[in-house]
Design a binder for this molecule. Structure first.
Ligand code: HEM
Length: 429
């Protein structure tokens, strides 16, 4: 883009070699600072260059989202899953919206200890966060960057013009500011009254607040937390939507997963985190969901800091490096018939999990997704409890014929199925 060298990596091994082993040289992002400043999108960890500000954000996120730390968020994940099951039982036809709300409040809970109110449509925190994500995603899209760079005057487009809501810079700056400030200020007020519970903001302030370990700590925490909401809400929902599609299309996989839950957990209670290691087939379903339709199919492009040579190829300073996660997931040597949803790929002949984990779904090297352990927990518990509580079946049309789901897919940084007809049929009283 914009006259740069572009390197597309289709192989997991090469991605590991360059982005992992040579991460010092391949952890930068494209320099879009002028554009991001114009549109008020300067807080975003995922778009920061490989500098000290980014290091501060990463420290905050990695400390609070490491495997041992995310267990403290399990009560929030279980609470949100209970609400999801309840909503699916009450209005199964709105399953897609319920999954979006689950993911949104799961992440808002973990980051800001913000619980779902009875009327989420009027929740100022969720509205500010979602509007920020909507505008932020468009600002960071290659199409808008190219347009706004070629025609800078477009930043003055009135908001009432078609597309003006997104390309008008003042409007964007306002929403970006609300996105970062509103949820953070809300939890800060609750913390001041001693009302806030466990959450990432509280944890990070306790660890880094006045310690000098992270410069400008409060701002770094605030910005990293807004990024985490933006990066985590949609990806978690997208992964659960892919899982739903897979269960509808592969009923024998669903039946086997349900049999495993019945055999290990029984029918008297729902599976929870303590059952995870005893449910290898459910874990394999999770891994296959991440592989089958990776929801961030081209990850986020990295950039080379200096010239480099790899396997005789010159990779110039500033080159944009695109990890083609989609191609890695379709490596037929590793994953024969890659379009088939087959959790057995991740099991050995004894039904135990093998060593393969589709980590490529979370990117590479120093930029690898810091929210992956949290995401895996949220998706796992929602999947396991949905499977225990419902059968996800094809919808029938007016004459009783089964409707084959053929959803449209979103096209952007994330890719996931739009809503499609299916039925969540209760399996328990
Ligand atoms: C299934 C869910 C998720 C998937 C598939 C996913 C995937 C990704 C990918 C592919 C990247 C780009 C990595 C790279 O540049 O190499 C990324 C970055 C990121 N993710 Fe996630 N993610 C998920 C959930 C989350 C969650 C729950 C959070 C936070 C709570 C989160 C926070 C971030 C952040 C902050 C970055 C930017 C990292 C940086 O640039 O240093 N993600 N994610």
């Amino acid at each position: 883009m914009l006259g740069r060298d572009i390197v597309v990596i289709n192989s997991e091994t090469i991605a590991e070699d360059l982005l992992g082993k040579r991460s010092l040289n391949y952890s930068d992002r494209m320099n879009m600072s002028k554009m991001l400043e114009t549109y008020g999108h300067t807080f975003d960890t995922a778009l920061l260059n490989h500098d000290d500000t980014w290091r501060g954000h990463r420290r905050v996120l990695q400390q609070s989202l490491r495997p041992e730390a995310v267990t403290s968020y399990q009560p929030i994940q279980l609470r949100c899953t209970a609400k999801l099951l309840d909503s699916l039982a009450n209005s199964p036809e709105s399953w897609w919206k319920h999954i979006q709300l689950f993911s949104s409040y799961d992440i808002l809970g973990v980051i800001y200890d913000h619980d779902m109110p009875p009327d989420p449509e009027n929740d100022a925190v969720q509205q500010a966060a979602n509007m920020g994500v909507e505008i932020g995603t468009i600002i960071a899209s290659p199409g808008l960057i190219a347009l706004a760079t070629a025609f800078p005057f477009l930043k003055y487009t009135p908001t009432w013009c078609p597309g003006g809501r997104w390309i008008n810079a003042a409007n964007s700056r306002k929403h970006m500011k609300d996105f970062v400030d509103v949820p953070f200020n809300t939890v800060m007020k609750r913390m001041a009254c001693g009302e806030a519970g466990t959450c990432l903001v509280a944890d990070a302030l306790a660890k880094f607040g006045n310690t000098g370990k992270v410069s400008n700590a409060e701002q770094a925490i605030k910005d990293a937390c807004a990024t985490a909401y933006g990066a985590g809400g949609e990806t978690t929902a997208s992964t659960l939507t892919v899982f739903t599609l897979a269960m509808v299309l592969y009923p024998h996989v669903q039946a086997r997963a349900q049999e495993e839950i019945a055999a290990v957990v029984g029918n008297e209670r729902l599976p929870d985190f303590s059952d995870r290691s005893a449910l290898p087939y459910i874990e394999a379903v999770l891994r296959e969901t991440l592989r089958w339709r990776p929801v961030v199919p081209l990850a986020i492009p990295h950039a080379a800091t200096n010239n480099d040579i790899y396997n005789g190829y010159v990779i110039p300073k500033g080159a944009v490096i695109i990890p083609n996660v989609w191609a890695m997931a379709r490596n037929t040597e590793k994953y024969p018939s890659p379009d088939t949803f087959d959790p057995d790929r991740f099991l050995d002949p004894n039904g135990k999990l093998n060593e393969d984990t589709p980590d490529f779904a979370f990117g590479f090297g120093r930029r690898i997704c810091p929210g992956r352990y949290l995401a895996l927990g949220s998706v796992w518990v929602a999947m396991a409890q949905i499977l225990a509580s419902f059968s996800i079946e094809k919808e029938k049309d007016s004459v009783g014929s089964l409707i084959e789901p053929n959803p449209g897919w979103t096209h952007g940084i994330t890719s996931f199925p739009r809503s499609f007809p299916c039925n969540f049929v209760a399996r328990r009283e």
